[in-house]
Design a protein around this ligand. Structure first.
Ligand SMILES: [Zn+2]
Length: 49
């Protein structure tokens, strides 16, 4: 999911377990997807760009 915040595009992923929005803008995109760690519930989910 891409969120337009003015001039910068900020990438955010949503945790599939608790719905927490995780900032993934600092993570380089990969074709196979990136693993994101939810700090709220501790779940690791795969996010595809
Ligand atoms: Zn979570």
């Amino acid at each position: 999911m891409w969120v337009d915040l003015g001039e910068i595009m900020v990438a955010k992923a949503k945790c599939s377990v608790c719905g927490n929005k995780i900032d993934i803008s600092g993570i380089p995109p990969r074709l196979e997807g990136v693993k994101i760690y939810c700090r709220i519930c501790g779940a690791t989910s795969l996010h595809k760009f």
